[in-house]
Design a protein around this ligand. Structure first.
Ligand SMILES: [Zn+2]
Ligand SMILES: [Zn+2]
Length: 235
């Protein structure tokens, strides 16, 4: 058992209302992050790419990558940029599962602004590799998916989209290598569950969107109608 697993609940028992970023009082908001720190998060404001949510400082509807790529997903929706406080919170989230409240709320907020909630049926998390899941106690994308499902009154489907191949960490690779690396990495156990469904696919960070694309392609091949991707941060 990891030492943090023992210490964190103890710390949180004695200091339940302390901001994990700055140590100030959270005013009992149950988010473990104070309002001041939450306000410092840099949300993505227009103009951004209508497909991948990448900020476009020079305007336009699509980034150059999306102009030349046909994806299996409809679009990516991201809460903020992978910098500053949001980056810090996402990194901490790998160890501190209670951050799902603060981060999940951000994702719900940006999702309802960008897609019609009545338009989709199911929520699915990008699965972690077995190796990673073993070293960790949970898949943070799965926690986010569960929170989203709970807040939006939708069904979350776990264990049907699975990772069948342990891949190299994506950040070590170029764009083309990333796609090759992910080839045949995912698999749907029972396609009938996804047949004709509109799915929200959840992950923590989108860098080149290759993981989202590979999962979306597998979901579409399983019969899904549309896939929307929801991520905490665009890198
Ligand atoms: Zn704070
Ligand atoms: Zn784009």
């Amino acid at each position: 058992m990891k030492i943090s697993k023992i210490i964190n609940p103890v710390l949180n028992f004695f200091f339940p209302d302390v901001c994990i970023v700055c140590g100030e009082d959270t005013d009992k908001n149950n988010l473990s992050v104070c309002r001041k720190c939450l306000n410092k998060i840099e949300f993505i404001k227009p103009p951004y790419c209508q497909t991948c949510f990448l900020p476009l400082p020079d305007g336009g509807a699509h980034c150059w990558q999306c102009r030349k790529t046909k994806y299996h997903f409809e679009k990516v929706i991201a809460a903020g940029l992978y910098i500053g406080i949001l980056r810090e919170l996402i990194l901490k989230f790998k160890e501190k599962d209670f951050l799902k409240m603060a981060l999940g709320n951000l994702l719900v907020e940006v999702l309802v602004k960008n897609i019609d909630i009545n338009q989709f049926d199911l929520i699915v998390a990008v699965p972690l590799s077995k190796k990673k899941e073993f070293g960790r106690d949970y898949n943070q994308s799965q926690l986010l998916a569960e929170l989203l499902a709970d807040k939006m009154n939708k069904e979350v489907i776990s264990g049907n989209l699975i990772r069948v191949k342990d891949t190299k960490p994506q950040f070590e690779l170029s764009r083309v290598e990333r796609l090759v690396n992910l080839k045949d990495a995912f698999f749907v156990k029972d396609p009938s569950v996804f047949k004709n469904k509109n799915i929200v696919l959840v992950d923590d960070i989108a860098t080149t969107c290759s993981t989202l694309e590979e999962c979306s392609s597998v979901l579409k091949n399983a019969g899904a109608k549309k896939v929307f991707c929801a991520v905490l941060a665009r890198d």
